[in-house]
Design a protein around this ligand. Structure first.
Ligand code: DAH
Length: 325
């Protein structure tokens, strides 16, 4: 029996050298319910009673020895695995990080914000209106009846039921005057549409800023002062506005406006609100006068930032957009 115990011990020592990879198999083989050690205990039945005590102690000793050895190996293996795992997950904090691309407002949005802030500081309110507009607001109420030649220049996309994509922000003048009594001092900024084929200066979508002031004793001088102040704030102290007589159905007199920013550059139209327009919204032109203007946002940005082609705004080319971050 002693020999048997010794044999199992030797076998274990042999196996643990070669079979380290499979500690669980090893454990089962020696310590399992039908394992070698259990077998030894089994065999004790066959030895005389007097020896059993001693043998039992010896087998127990072997059992402890095997348990300890396997336990130690298991621990070593776990430590090794952990170390390997850590090594794999190791973070090199000296590698340069990935730079997140920060977004920014589009240059047209920035320009609109700047325009709004200047007029807000001058006491103007900001109005909006629908981009799908009724023909009445976009044309008729602005003194542009059906078949009026001025409609030709503002051909647009017509929808069902006398609706269209607005060609100008001027309809917001009508909507504002229908809703509020004078004194009125507003700007309206927004997207407009025309059936213009794209080229360096035209695009089917563009933006305008519209101004409207209606009160008693309003004259052309107020218009000049307002646009002049805006121009200086937007483009710089030395920049002047020039008014050239021109025709817009909803103003009388009407004027083209240009600024001298390295040569005279046309910015949009303006004038004294036409008495017919005031009548259309129930304001008495004998009692009230108004002035209005409409400038292109793209135009403002192109002049200010020396952008040669309106199509650049809509191309989503990051090389262009990133310049205005
Ligand atoms: N709505 C005109 C256009 O798009 C621009 C304009 C001219 C607006 C004169 C005005 C104005 O308010 O008084 O061509």
């Amino acid at each position: 029996m002693n020999e048997k115990i010794e044999k199992v011990k030797l076998e274990f020592e042999e196996k643990i050298k070669s079979d380290k990879g499979n500690l669980f198999e090893l454990e089962k083989y020696f310590l399992g319910r039908k394992g070698k050690v259990a077998e030894l205990f089994q065999d004790m039945k066959n030895v005389p009673k007097e020896e059993r005590r001693r043998l039992g102690a010896e087998i127990n000793e072997l059992k402890n020895y095997i348990e300890k050895a396997i336990g130690k190996l298991k621990e070593e293996q776990e430590t090794k695995e952990k170390a390997q795992k850590l090594l794999k997950e190791k973070l090199d904090i000296t590698v340069p990080g990935l730079r997140l691309q920060n977004g920014a407002l589009h240059i047209l949005s920035q320009t609109m914000k700047e325009v709004e802030e200047i007029f807000l500081s001058m006491g103007f309110d900001i109005m909006t209106g629908p981009e799908i507009e009724e023909e009445y607001y976009n044309f008729e109420a602005l003194n542009i009846p059906e078949f009026h030649p001025a409609r030709d220049m503002q051909d647009t996309f017509y929808l069902l039921g006398k609706h269209l994509l607005r060609t100008q922000t001027s309809p917001i003048q009508i909507r504002t005057m229908e809703k509020y009594k004078p004194p009125i001092r507003i700007i309206a900024i927004g997207r407009c549409y025309r059936k213009d084929p794209p080229d360096a200066h035209h695009f089917p979508i563009f933006h305008q800023v519209e101004g409207l002031v209606v009160d008693k004793n309003i004259s052309f001088a107020n218009l000049k002062a307002t646009l002049s102040t805006f121009t200086k704030r937007m483009f710089g102290e030395g920049v002047e506005v020039r008014f050239n007589p021109s025709y817009f159905p909803f103003v009388e007199p009407g004027a083209e406006t240009s600024i001298n920013f390295g040569g005279w550059l046309e910015m949009g139209g303006s004038g004294m609100v036409h008495p017919n327009v005031l009548k259309n919204v129930g304001i008495d032109p004998e009692e009230y006068q108004g002035f209005a203007f409409g400038w292109g946002i793209e135009r403002i940005a192109m002049v200010k930032y020396n952008i040669p082609d309106i199509r650049l705004f809509y191309k989503n080319d990051l090389r262009f957009l990133n310049q205005f971050k």
